[in-house]
Design a binder for this molecule. Structure first.
Ligand code: ZN
Length: 81
């Protein structure tokens, strides 16, 4: 498996999976869209570029009813420059 497919979503301290807290779309032409994660146990934050996590894994942390909307916003953001 490649590194991208093994991106670690677990808090090393708590051994629980980070929860998606927010998504930041970059309005510039650099397409540096970012996922912001929070550990539900210790409250630690981390951010990672959306490109670090393949879209087929987004369903692991994006609620099903928000995934379509997120994919649409991401596709629109990738085109809007
Ligand atoms: Zn933690």
């Amino acid at each position: 498996m490649s590194d991208a497919h093994t991106y670690n979503l677990d808090c090393q301290k708590c051994q629980v999976q980070y929860k998606l807290d927010d998504v930041a779309f970059d309005k510039s032409c650099q397409n540096k869209h970012t996922f912001l994660f929070m550990c539900p146990s210790c409250g630690d934050y981390k951010a990672t570029a959306m490109t670090n996590i393949p879209q087929e894994r987004w369903s692991e942390f994006v609620p099903a009813d928000e995934l379509d909307d997120l994919l649409a916003r991401h596709a629109a953001a990738m085109k809007s420059h």
